[in-house]
Design a binder for this molecule. Structure first.
Ligand SMILES: O=C(CO)COP(=O)(O)O
Length: 124
């Protein structure tokens, strides 16, 4: 299963902490991580093999949306920062919309991501 990880700058530390907390599940052979450029780089530095797309503002969210639309990415953890604005808001909303169009689970905060991952862990 391919899971996309994305975090805005104000949430990147929270996402990495979340990955570390769940490393037993995330290192399972059936799980493959992809991420936007900077988020993916930080995940790599923390020991998580992650296929990196472009940085979000340069089209990374759009690339992940494309993979969701094609059925390649099957879950998205997107730790959005609700307290900051982003120049690529259109891409962010497009990714959320594409997840809804294709009924792909999308967590935009840690509590939801944990519930999704716990559900996945039971199926591995
Ligand atoms: O902007 C982002 C999501 O909208 C995240 O991109 P980066 O991981 O490259 O910072």
């Amino acid at each position: 299963m391919e899971i996309a990880i994305i975090a805005h700058d104000g949430k990147k530390a929270d996402l990495i902490d979340f990955l570390i907390k769940n490393e037993a599940v995330l290192h399972h052979e059936k799980i493959r991580l992809i991420g936007t450029g900077t988020t993916g780089g930080k995940a790599e530095a923390a020991g998580f093999k992650t296929q990196r797309m472009l940085s979000g503002p340069l089209g990374g969210d759009a690339q992940i949306a494309g993979r969701v639309a094609e059925g390649i990415t099957q879950m998205v953890f997107f730790f959005k920062d609700p307290l900051s604005s982003h120049p690529h808001e259109a891409d962010i909303n497009m990714l959320i919309r594409v997840c809804d169009v294709h009924n792909v689970p999308l967590a935009t905060n840690e509590a939801t991501a944990q519930l999704l991952l716990d559900a996945i862990a039971q199926q591995l």
